[in-house]
Design a protein around this ligand. Structure first.
Ligand code: DX5
Ligand code: ZN
Length: 214
């Protein structure tokens, strides 16, 4: 299973050394959490952060927790995003945004919050490269994983197994640790986001190797 570290809780002065360490440990996907203080009750640095770190050779998996994501797409594309994920709950018209992201030649993800039923994505699944299932309320790292996300993972995995037109990856974000990583893997997850459990661990190497082997 792919491990996409989230550096939400890493202080700016430590960012370069953490990223160098992650890169040396073979990390390819890097999950960037972008928050506007409106869609979620927390704010992060915006595109400036990506500009500072795009010298690293990661797949920049950009998670926009913002109102009006349309206003962010071009800026993040230019700064180096390889995948842009927006929230279903943040937009009125999902399809134009998916098409806008694809028109730039990058991948598109759509995310749903814990309270959003998975069926809402049915009309768009053919066009989505990544379904991002939130397993905590978006906004902060270090929260507890919600077990209810396991049924959502299974739902999207079964649909994908029964429909040749669906080629999305399933990514899960929030409260992932070494206890629940095998559970999300068994449910059908392809990419796990891990913030606190990886960044605060005594051995990032061990965590990365274990997730890799799942
Ligand atoms: C929450 C973010 C997550 C979070 C992950 O809104 O989208 O990416 O930072 O961190 P942990 O693994 O600590 O929940
Ligand atoms: Zn995230």
């Amino acid at each position: 299973m792919i491990l996409a570290p989230s550096i939400l809780t890493v202080k700016e002065e430590e960012r370069n050394s953490v990223l160098t360490e992650l890169s040396n440990l073979g990390i390819i996907y890097l999950h960037l959490d972008i928050m506007d203080g409106k869609f979620v009750p927390n704010t992060t640095e915006g595109v400036g952060m990506l500009k500072k770190i795009n010298k690293f050779d990661f797949v920049f998996d950009t998670h926009l927790m913002v109102e009006d994501p349309i206003n962010y797409i071009d800026k993040f594309y230019k700064a180096g995003s390889d995948i842009i994920t927006f929230h279903y709950e943040a937009v009125k018209d999902v399809l134009p945004l998916i098409r806008k992201i694809h028109s730039l030649g990058i991948k598109c993800g759509v995310s749903i919050k814990p309270g959003t039923s998975p069926e809402v994505l049915l009309p768009y699944l053919k066009e989505i490269d990544q379904v991002l299932i939130m397993s905590v309320e978006p906004g902060f790292g270090g929260q507890k994983f919600m077990e209810s996300s396991l049924d959502k993972i299974k739902y999207f995995d079964e649909l994908r197994n029964n429909n040749d037109d669906y080629n999305y990856l399933i990514e899960v974000d929030g409260g992932i640790n070494m206890d629940n990583a095998p559970l999300v893997r068994n449910a059908g997850c392809n990419v796990v986001v891990m913030g606190t459990a990886l960044i605060n661990s005594n051995s990032k190497k061990e965590v990365i190797e274990k997730v890799d082997s799942l």
